[in-house]
Design a protein around this ligand. Structure first.
Ligand SMILES: [Zn+2]
Length: 208
């Protein structure tokens, strides 16, 4: 089951609960703000959040992490290049957002790593690094659910900004071609800021 919760008022950001129907265990993907509300929702539903996974460490994707962890302690994971972002308010843009945000105790997942649920090892997400919007951007792919959580790499009808620290337009297009457009066309793309779309719909837009 995939459930989207949009958090934050200045920059509304999508958080996704990716939950195994059988065990009610699962993952939370991004916690941009309102960590307490995200935690309350998980508790109300009776879900066990095994890990919090970050698509990248801009403040509007991590701003609710510390608050979430106060209510639901669980390990937090991000890409190998994430410390330069989560440890530095200039790089994660939180100074721009008004209140400095930093994280500690973030574990890393490798490119191509498969993250499995402890309660049901068949329930997995594949990590695919997709630098471009940031150097620590990645997507999480579920073949069984035909779904990919793509953060700010690609949106409905647009792609991520590349004018922030570590951004690179050419790298972003290479990542999209390599990691997104190689997925099955019916894969649903759940982005950080827009309505969902599909691989086929976005490929059609950029084909020339
Ligand atoms: Zn971002």
């Amino acid at each position: 089951m995939i459930e989207c919760m949009t958090v934050g008022d200045m920059i509304p950001t999508n958080s996704f609960f990716y939950i195994d129907d059988e065990t009610k265990h699962g993952f939370l993907i991004d916690a941009g703000a309102e960590g307490g509300r995200l935690a309350a929702h998980a508790k109300e539903k009776g879900w066990t959040i095994e890990r919090l996974l970050l698509t990248h460490c801009h403040f509007d994707h991590i701003g609710g992490v510390n608050d979430f962890l106060r209510h639901i302690p669980c390990p937090v994971y991000a890409a190998e290049d994430s410390p330069r972002y989560y440890a530095d308010p200039r790089w994660n843009l939180s100074l721009w957002g008004g209140e400095a945000v930093t994280l500690s105790d973030v574990k890393t997942f490798a490119d191509r790593e498969t993250i499995a649920l402890a309660a049901n090892p068949k329930f997995t997400l594949d990590v695919r690094y997709s630098p471009g919007h940031t150097t620590d951007s990645c997507i999480f792919y579920s073949a069984s659910d035909h779904a990919a959580f793509v953060g700010d790499t690609i949106f409905f009808a647009s792609i991520g900004r590349t004018d922030f620290p570590g951004g690179n337009t050419q790298e972003l297009w290479e990542s999209i071609a390599r990691e997104v457009f190689t997925l099955p066309p019916d894969t649903v793309l759940y982005s950080g800021h827009t309505e969902e779309t599909t691989v086929a719909a976005e490929m059609a837009r950029y084909r020339r």
